[in-house]
Design a binder for this molecule. Structure first.
Ligand code: ZN
Length: 162
């Protein structure tokens, strides 16, 4: 079976950035499963996987624009600490959801915590980076009706199981 929209792909991957050979992210236990065509992985990687079959290996360089976007310094902000609940546990590097004026939520990453304000960055930590993936396709299968309804994979390798 070829990788197309609405198939489930199980793959092994390693992610490196331009500057180093260091693996900064990889599949847990050598397998990562996702549903194709539902915005579960960066678009630049998904596009390069279409048409591959089980057993295929590939190196894919994803530009920032097709990955986590270019860095936008206007998305770096400081908000009063009072915006957060009093018992909020701040951890640098962790994403939190904020709401805009229209009630739409968007993720920001905590950069620093000061006495009276919190420094936030609306850029993904990998924004502006070229992502160098090395992938191996382990399995391609049709998605279940339930998986299609949820927009993500269920079962082994599911990172968002509920
Ligand atoms: Zn689900």
């Amino acid at each position: 079976m070829k990788i197309t929209k609405d198939t489930v792909v199980v793959m092994d991957y390693e992610l490196r950035l331009d500057e180093s050979d260091e693996v900064i992210d990889s599949s847990d236990d050598g397998t990562f499963a996702f549903l194709v065509g539902h915005e579960n992985i960066v678009p630049g990687l998904e596009a390069e996987l279409l048409g591959l079959t089980s057993g295929a290996s590939k190196k894919v360089a994803v530009t920032a624009a097709e990955g986590y976007g270019e860095r936008d310094e206007s998305k770096v902000m400081a908000v009063p600490r009072s915006v957060f609940p009093e018992d909020f546990y701040f951890e640098v590097g962790i994403p939190v959801e904020l709401e805009d004026d229209q009630g739409e939520s968007f993720p920001v990453w905590i950069q620093g915590v000061k006495d009276d304000h919190v420094e936030l960055d609306g850029n993904h930590p990998l924004a502006g980076e070229t992502l160098n993936f090395t992938i191996k396709v382990l399995e391609v299968r049709a998605a279940t009706t339930e998986e299609l309804a949820h927009g993500h994979v269920h079962g082994a390798g599911d990172h968002h199981h509920h």
